[in-house]
Ligand binder design. Structure first.
Ligand SMILES: Cc1cc2nc3c(=O)[nH]c(=O)nc-3n(C[C@H](O)[C@H](O)[C@H](O)COP(=O)(O)OP(=O)(O)OC[C@H]3O[C@@H](n4cnc5c(N)ncnc54)[C@H](O)[C@@H]3O)c2cc1C
Length: 318
């Protein structure tokens, strides 16, 4: 059986979960087994609806300790659930939760793990999973030989498929361990759209000259309902908060649309954004390396181009 871990925050199922559900369901079909989902804690969403993404059952562990992520508690719960359900393959999203939980589950179950898969496994000769390596510069094909196999899927690597089905929801009785750390307060980053979940990201670099000029980035982000991001020197200089820094040493994102304004396109920056579906680059230097990675490029001064773009999008959106 393929067991798919359904991630949530603030009582809502995360967007990345629908992608892993579709991936897990397709994998189950490929290897001739069933696809079932596991949800730890409680959410507002109707869990039967997850059947629309290809799973026949949703196993829920309704324990309020699990409403917030604690990687150690989660890992034990997933491992125990997988053992009691006889799961052969466990699927996570390669997001913050998956990165923290999947390796611990793999260690607990002595299972092989491919972290950051980008495609369905090739099962014609073994169980070979394609994954990103060297910050997206190359791919590796990794054969998992253990009895239990774990995959974490890179976000935006697999299309979400709605099947029209509904799932049976069952409570799963497992012992949930006490957390070893206690969260005393949570200070959430305020922003319109969280960067890691955003479909569209508008990002600014040193070409914007200073923090006082970020309004043009924010205005464009606002009309597109996008998250804002920045290059590392911008965060290092304190122009923008560090949680907006994308790249090799920052957050790695894969939105549908990434708009880079006044960013040169250094390899360390590209490492965090080159999995974006469409990249638009706005730079006054036609030789800027970012244009080589761009799907669309505008050679021009950001201070002229960006406000015009924002106005045109406003008009289009009526
Ligand atoms: C180990 C290591 C790790 C790193 N990790 C990261 C990382 O995670 N993320 C990251 O971003 N960087 C990282 N860097 C830094 C990276 O190498 C680059 O220095 C950085 O990305 C450059 O930032 P930038 O493009 O904003 O600035 P610049 O390289 O200074 O580029 C500014 C760009 O703006 C353009 N421009 C100027 N004025 C205008 C205008 N008016 N209109 C339009 N365009 C204009 C210029 O033509 C230029 O292309 C790392 C470096 C190292 C060594």
């Amino acid at each position: 059986m393929v067991l798919i871990f359904v991630d949530h925050s603030d009582s809502e199922i995360k967007k990345s979960s629908y992608e892993v559900l579709s991936y897990g369901a397709a994998l189950a079909e490929k290897v001739g087994t069933s696809a079932e989902a596991l949800l730890l804690g409680t959410v507002k969403d109707d869990l039967a609806v997850l059947g629309n993404y290809g799973v026949s059952k949703v196993h829920q562990v309704s324990n309020e300790v699990l409403n917030n992520l604690d990687a150690q508690v989660y890992a034990k719960a997933v491992a125990d659930a997988a053992a009691s359900l006889n799961a052969d393959i466990i699927i996570f999203s390669h997001n913050q939760t998956g990165k923290a939980v999947a390796p611990r589950v793999a260690a607990g179950l002595k299972a092989g793990l491919v972290a950051g898969a980008v495609a369905l496994p090739d099962t014609s000769n073994g169980f070979v999973v394609k994954k990103n390596v060297f910050s997206g510069k190359a791919f590796a094909n990794v054969n998992i030989t253990s009895a239990i196999k774990i995959i974490s899927l890179n976000p935006n690597s697999f299309p979400v498929k709605q099947t029209g089905g509904t799932a049976a929801v069952e409570q799963l009785n497992i012992t949930v361990s006490e957390p070893k750390v206690k969260v005393t307060s949570v200070n959430k980053v305020k922003g319109e759209v969280p960067l890691t979940e955003a479909e569209i990201v508008v990002s600014g670099g040193r070409g914007l000259k200073g923090p006082e000029n970020w309004k043009i980035v924010e205005d464009l982000a606002h009309v597109l309902h996008a998250a804002t991001a920045c290059s590392r020197p911008v965060a290092d200089a304190g122009w923008r908060p560090h949680h907006e820094h994308v790249g090799q040493t920052g957050i790695q994102i894969a939105p549908n649309l990434y708009i880079a304004i006044g960013i040169s396109g250094a390899i360390q920056h590209l490492a965090g954004v080159n999995r974006s579906k469409t990249i638009v680059v706005i730079n006054k230097d036609p030789e800027a390396p970012f244009f080589k990675a761009a799907d669309y490029g505008i050679v021009g001064d950001a201070f002229e181009v960006v406000p015009k773009l924002t106005e045109e999008i406003k008009k289009l959106k009526g």
